[in-house]
Write a protein that binds this ligand. Structure first.
Ligand code: ZN
Length: 560
C-alpha cells in the first residue's frame, strides 16, 4: 500500500525585512570550531613571539596568562584576563603575537589595524602585516592590566561567492542536540536528496557547502525556547530566519537548508518563495505535529539510511523547500498553483493540493519538464539554468579532456564549469558546443599561423604525446583542406580513438594531472599563464613516474 501525505509543507509569509546581509558566519563572541577558517584564507596558526605554538582558534591559554584570541571573519580580539608582563631583557625587537594564514596559496592579506582596545596608549601598539601574517607587537609596553584586550581588523580581497547551499542543524535554547550534525545523519540525508536530484537531471546536483567531500553542517543553538518558536505557528520559519539574519549567519548570494529539531504546529516545513516571499531559508521541522490524529507527526518519518537510498519524506520535503527558496515553481509555469507548487502530477517534487495527497513514491522532478525544470523557455525561470545547480561530473570530465587535447593545458575551474554547463544544456553533447569552445582568442593567438599539418600534429602531441601515423595525418589534413571537418571535431576523434595502451594510458595520465592542477586552482593557487598550464602536462607520458613528477611540480609552484 502506498503511504500518502497531506499538504503539510506550508509556505510562510516573509516579515518586514529583506534578507540581504553581508555578515559572515564567524563573529566575535561566537565560539567557532577548531577547524574554522577565515574566508578563503585557509587555516590559522597563532604564535607567541616568533615560535608557532599550535593550530586552532579560541585557544584557551598561553602559559599562565590565559590569553585568548577570539576570531571572527573580519578580525580578532586578543584578551589578557590575568594581565601581561613583558620580558624586559634587551635587545629585543618583538614581543607579542603572530597570526599566520596557512597554507601557502591563499589570498594575500590586504590590511590589518587596531580598531579597539582598553589599554592606555593603545594607539602606539604596533600592528603590521604581510601577505600571510598579522604581527601584533607590544614592544614599548611593560605590562597590561588584567582584562586588557585589543581588537584587530583584517582585510581580504573581495572574492566572488559561488552560489551554494549551506546546511544548518538548529535546536532551541532548551532543545536537545541529538548530534545529527556530527553523527552523519544529516550529511546522509543531504547526500540522499542530492543523489536523487542527480538521478533526475542526468548528474547535476545542487552545490552544497562541503568539507572533506561531505556536506558541512553548521550547528546553531537558537536563543529562544521551543515553546516561543512554536508560538509563531505558520510563521515559525520567519522567526528562525530573522534570528539567523540578526546573528550574522546569512550571507547574501547563498541559501540555507535548516533542519530544525523542535516542534512546529500543523506543518513539517516552510520556505521563502522569492520574489513574492523574500528570504534565504528553507526549513524542515523534525518534530512538527498536527492536531488531526490521522496525520502522522513529522518525526514518524525515518531519515535516509544511506546516501544512495531512495529519499524519504524528510529528504524530499527538504529539497522541496530548497526549490521554493530558489524561486520555483514560478508563477509563469502553466501548472503553477498555491504559490510555488504544481498541480499536474501527485508524484511531482513540487506537487501540492488542498485535498489530494502528495505521493512521495516514484517522485519526479517536474513531470513532463514543462513547469520548472528543463522547459527551455526563455521567458520563465528554469531550474536547469540555475547557478545553484552544478554541471554534471560527466560534462566536467569531458570538458577537461577537450582542454587537454585542444589547448594542451588543464582547464581553469570557471572555464570548465562554464563549458560543462553549456554542454549539459545541450544534452551532454560536446559536439554541440565544440565549435564555440574551439573558436577562441587563445586558439587564434597560439595556433593561428600554423599549417594544417602542424595543427593536426599538435593535437596528437597534446592528446597522446606522440606524432600521428602518416596515414592519419594525410587523412585529417585532406579533410581540413576540403572543408569537410574542423580541427575541433578532429580533436574529439583523436581523444575518443585512444582506447588501447599506450595511447589510452597517456590520456588517463594527462587527465589525472590536469584534474590535480584544476583542483589546486579551485583551492586558491593562481592558474598562472597559459604556458604554465601547458608546461604542467608536457612531460606526462604513459609512465607512472611522470605523473608523480608533474604533481610534485604543481605542488612546488603552488607552494604546498
Ligand atoms: Zn511547498
Amino acid at each position: 500500500m502506498m503511504r500518502s501525505w497531506t499538504w503539510t509543507h506550508a509556505l510562510s509569509i516573509a516579515i518586514g525585512w529583506i534578507a540581504a546581509s553581508n555578515a559572515l558566519a564567524g563573529f566575535l563572541g561566537n565560539a567557532v570550531a577548531a577547524n574554522y577558517a577565515w574566508p578563503d584564507a585557509g587555516a590559522l596558526l597563532y604564535a607567541s613571539g616568533s615560535a608557532v605554538v599550535g593550530t586552532g582558534l579560541e585557544f584557551p591559554s598561553v602559559g599562565g596568562a590565559n590569553v585568548t584570541v577570539d576570531f571572527s571573519d573580519t578580525g580578532f580580539r586578543i584578551t589578557y584576563p590575568n594581565g601581561w608582563s613583558f620580558n624586559t631583557v634587551t635587545p629585543k625587537t618583538f614581543d607579542g603575537w603572530v597570526i599566520s594564514v596557512l597554507p601557502g596559496p591563499a589570498p594575500e592579506l590586504k590590511g590589518a589595524r587596531v580598531v579597539g582596545s582598553n589599554i592606555p596608549g593603545s594607539s602606539s601598539l604596533q600592528v603590521t602585516f604581510d601577505a600571510s601574517h598579522v604581527y601584533v607587537n607590544h614592544l614599548g609596553f611593560s605590562s597590561f592590566a588584567a582584562g586588557s584586550y585589543i581588537d584587530i581588523a583584517v582585510d581580504w580581497p573581495a572574492s566572488p561567492l559561488l552560489p551554494s547551499i549551506s546546511i544548518i542543524y538548529g535546536v532551541a535554547s532548551d532543545g536537545i542536540d541529538r548530534g545529527l550534525a556530527t553523527n552523519g545523519t544529516l550529511a546522509t540525508s543531504v547526500r540522499s536528496w542530492n543523489n536523487w536530484l542527480r538521478g533526475q537531471t542526468g548528474g547535476r546536483g545542487l552545490r552544497v557547502d562541503s568539507r572533506n567531500g561531505l556536506p558541512d553542517i553548521t550547528f546553531v543553538r537558537f536563543n529562544q525556547t521551543e515553546a516561543a518558536y512554536e508560538a509563531n505557528g505558520v510563521f515559525i520559519r520567519d522567526a528562525l530566519e530573522a534570528e539567523l539574519h540578526a546573528r550574522g549567519y546569512l550571507q547574501s548570494g547563498k541559501i540555507y537548508a535548516l533542519y530544525y529539531d523542535g516542534p512546529a504546529s500543523e506543518h513539517c516545513g516552510g520556505a521563502s518563495y522569492p520574489p513574492l516571499l523574500p528570504g534565504q531559508v528553507g526549513a524542515f521541522y523534525l518534530r512538527g505535529h498536527f492536531a488531526n490524529p490521522a496525520i502522522p507527526p513529522c518525526s514518524s518519518n525515518p531519515f535516509a539510511s544511506n546516501p544512495t537510498a531512495t529519499p524519504g519524506y524528510i529528504e524530499l520535503s527538504m529539497l522541496h523547500e530548497i526549490v521554493h527558496v530558489l524561486g520555483y515553481v514560478p508563477s509563469c509555469s502553466p501548472h503553477q498553483v498555491l504559490q510555488g507548487h504544481v498541480s499536474d502530477n501527485q508524484h511531482d517534487l513540487m506537487y501540492a493540493d488542498p485535498v489530494k495527497p502528495w505521493l512521495i513514491e516514484d517522485a519526479v522532478l517536474d513531470f513532463n519538464h514543462d513547469d520548472y525544470y528543463g522547459h527551455g523557455r526563455a521567458d520563465c525561470p528554469d531550474l536547469a539554468d540555475d547557478p545553484f545547480l552544478l554541471p554534471s561530473d560527466y560534462s566536467l570530465d569531458y570538458v577537461q579532456k577537450a582542454y587537454v587535447a585542444y589547448y594542451g593545458r588543464p582547464s581553469d575551474p570557471a572555464g570548465q564549469a562554464y563549458w560543462a554547463g553549456r554542454m549539459d544544456a545541450e544534452g551532454q553533447s560536446l559536439t554541440a558546443i565544440i565549435g564555440a569552445f574551439g573558436n577562441s582568442d587563445e586558439f587564434n593567438r597560439r595556433y593561428g599561423g600554423l599549417s594544417y599539418v602542424a595543427l593536426v600534429t599538435k593535437i596528437y602531441q597534446q592528446a597522446l604525446g606522440r606524432s600521428p601515423e602518416q596515414g592519419g595525418l594525410d587523412y585529417y589534413v585532406g579533410e581540413l583542406l576540403a572543408g569537410r571537418r574542423t580541427l575541433q571535431s578532429i580533436t574529439l576523434d583523436v581523444l575518443n580513438g585512444a582506447t588501447t595502451p599506450p595511447d589510452s594510458t597517456v590520456v588517463a595520465n594527462k587527465l589525472d594531472v590536469a584534474a590535480y592542477y584544476t583542483a589546486k586552482v579551485a583551492a586558491g593557487c593562481p592558474y598562472g599563464t597559459e604556458q604554465d598550464g601547458v608546461n604542467a602536462l608536457s612531460g606526462v607520458t604513459a609512465i607512472a613516474a611522470t605523473v608523480t613528477a608533474a604533481k610534485a611540480a604543481i605542488d612546488s609552484r603552488c607552494g604546498s
